[in-house]
Design a protein around this ligand. Structure first.
Ligand SMILES: Nc1ncnc2c1ncn2[C@@H]1O[C@H](COP(=O)(O)OP(=O)(O)OP(=O)(O)O)[C@@H](O)[C@H]1O
Ligand SMILES: [Mg+2]
Length: 540
């Protein structure tokens, strides 16, 4: 057996996985759950994940009369014959001698040796960033390996993506890495609802030696526009926003309010009153309600609503008057902000929406709902025009909409109403998909979770959250075991459409080395001299 062999297959099945008897104590220390290994079969290799580890003895009496510490010879004898460490391994792919990759349709033979996978294996199976004609992007490397492990960005954009994990596990950092890859490799245009101002200019990091990391605008200044609800806050952080967001009361529809029901603690009767107002005053329903503060009874009579319900609705929505980015009438805003956004998107420029000091969930939900509803409507129209035209010109650009705290948009109770759930269900029929970031996936409508193509899952402790993210996967039990052993930072399980097989990764560090790598990648793929990229990012 080759020196790097970790052990040999002794038994197993497709359903429970295979048992590997580890050859030595050193193999035992080198192996951990989530490790990527290959099993050498006849004329093929089985690429597999270690899913569990256990200790066995050949006879139960050994456990009744264990060797005492000073009985060294006995210990040695037992180790040679009667005690062993077993790794459970799950084969997931076959690579045959001709270099063809296929799914598992046969089992490895008895005593087949098991090896650590090599860096070459990784690039053969998962692709490499330099593969011509493909947009592969490395999100990190397999456990205990230094090889870059790639996902296929074109596949990422074909379906929605979910990044899950409990707080502090690195979700925002993974999202930033993904977005840098998508934008850097031109895989799609992104519309990012940046609730905590973490994606644009710079963000805090918990690393003491690097307390701040660069935002995407700092990295790719020409490919990103910042639209700010709070331009002063954006300026205080060192950059002038490309646009200030101003919206009118008329842009707020009943659907936007209905999905805020829980946040506003709105009773169903208040929602009915809102619908009656909208039926009567159409787009001016909110402006009318807010203007009639002193005459709510009359207003209730006019629309046939209960006065108490109208009064409750008024009290809850009055806070909109204090939000400076809402204007009472359309004439006061110079140009339609949605038109401007579409203009940037059509030019392939991604948009970060900064909330500045307006970090309440109420603002985040309201603004994201309004903007997404409008953009989605434009995209639907654009796609229909494109599909109906003979020349097939002006194909819409793929758009990825990024939201944090996604469960607030996609709760089962409102999952039929929000534009976000429509997008998740349509599966990019209209060129739009979602990238959702969340720490409570169990609170997201299960049908929507099942539509997510690629999932990147960091540590999750809650049983229901674990169940929610892996329940749709084939043979999910082994993924559950792997998930339970993930470290608390910079480790994640990647499953689904955009990766050849489920893998555990050590997330790529988002640091100076990454900034350099991503810019040189763009320089090579787009044939732009690297100095030009550096000059467009003066702070590098
Ligand atoms: N890929 C990475 N590169 C460098 N540092 C990282 C990386 N991933 C995580 N970290 C470190 O872990 C910290 C927490 O990560 P992050 O802010 O992404 O967590 P989170 O899951 O988004 O948390 P929350 O749910 O509270 O928003 C970061 O401040 C950073 O110091
Ligand atoms: Mg975060």
């Amino acid at each position: 057996m080759n020196t790097s062999s970790l052990g040999m297959i002794i038994s197993g099945s497709f359903t429970e996985g295979f048992h590997v008897r580890l050859v030595s104590h050193s193999a035992q220390t080198r192996i951990r759950t989530g490790k990527f290994v290959s099993i050498q079969g006849d004329k093929c290799r089985f690429f597999s994940l270690i899913t569990d580890l256990k200790l066995t003895v050949s006879h139960p009496d050994i456990l009744l009369f264990p060797p005492r510490p000073e009985e060294r010879l006995l210990q040695k004898m037992l180790l040679m014959r009667d005690m062993s460490a077993i790794a459970m391994v799950r084969p997931l792919l076959i690579l045959d001698d001709a270099g063809r990759i296929s799914s598992i349709d046969r089992i490895p033979p008895h005593f087949a040796p098991v090896y650590s996978a090599t860096n070459d294996d990784i690039s053969i199976i998962f692709g490499s960033e330099s593969t011509p004609g493909r947009r592969y992007f490395s999100l990190g490397s397999p456990l205990d390996m230094s090889a870059p492990l790639c996902i296929d960005l074109d596949k990422v954009t074909e379906r929605s993506t979910g990044i899950f994990g409990k707080t502090g596990t690195g979700k925002t950092f993974i999202t930033r890495l993904m977005l840098a890859g998508i934008i850097g490799k031109d895989a799609a245009v992104c519309l990012i609802f940046d609730m905590h101002n973490e994606y644009g200019v710079q963000a805090r990091s918990e690393h003491h030696d690097q307390p701040f990391v660069k935002g995407l605008k700092t990295l790719f200044s020409h490919r990103i526009a910042i639209f700010s609800l709070d331009p002063h806050a954006t300026q205080r952080r060192g950059i002038s926003p490309d646009r200030r967001i101003l919206l009118t009361y008329q842009s707020i529809r009943i659907e936007d309010i209905l999905s805020l029901q829980e946040e506003l603690n709105l009773h169903a009767t208040a929602c009915e009153a809102a619908s009656l107002l909208a039926a009567r005053y159409q787009r001016d329903w909110l402006a009318t309600l807010l203007a009639q503060g002193a005459h709510l009874k009359e207003l209730a009579q006019q629309v046939g609503a209960h006065p108490e319900s109208i009064a409750a609705l008024y009290r809850k929505l009055k806070i909109i008057e204090q939000l400076p980015f809402f204007q009472q009438s359309e004439s006061e805003t110079q140009s339609d902000i949605i038109d401007e956004m579409m203009d940037y998107i059509d030019r392939g420029i991604s948009i970060i929406i900064e909330f500045g000091n307006f970090t309440s969930t109420f603002c985040y939900l309201l603004i994201s709902n309004i903007i997404t509803r409008h953009i989605h409507a434009r995209y639907t129209l654009k796609t229909e025009q494109f599909l109906g035209s003979h020349q097939k010109r002006d194909e819409p650009k793929k758009l990825i909409i990024v939201i944090e705290e996604a469960h607030k948009f996609l709760r089962p109770a409102i999952a039929r109403q929000t534009t976000f759930s429509i997008i998740a269900r349509e599966m990019r029929k209209y060129y739009v998909s979602l990238l959702i970031v969340d720490q409570r996936p169990s609170c997201i409508d299960s049908e929507i979770i099942s539509q997510i193509g690629t999932k990147i899952v960091a540590q999750l402790h809650d049983e229901q959250d674990v169940h929610a993210v892996i329940s749709g996967s084939h043979n999910s039990q082994y993924l559950k075991t792997i998930l339970s052993t993930l470290g608390s930072k910079q480790q994640a399980l990647v499953i689904g459409h955009a990766i050849t097989m489920p893998m555990v990764i050590e997330t790529r560090s988002y640091d100076e080395i990454f900034y350099r790598d991503i810019l040189s990648l763009i320089s090579v793929t787009k044939n732009i001299p690297i100095q030009d990229l550096y000059t467009s990012s003066p702070s590098l």
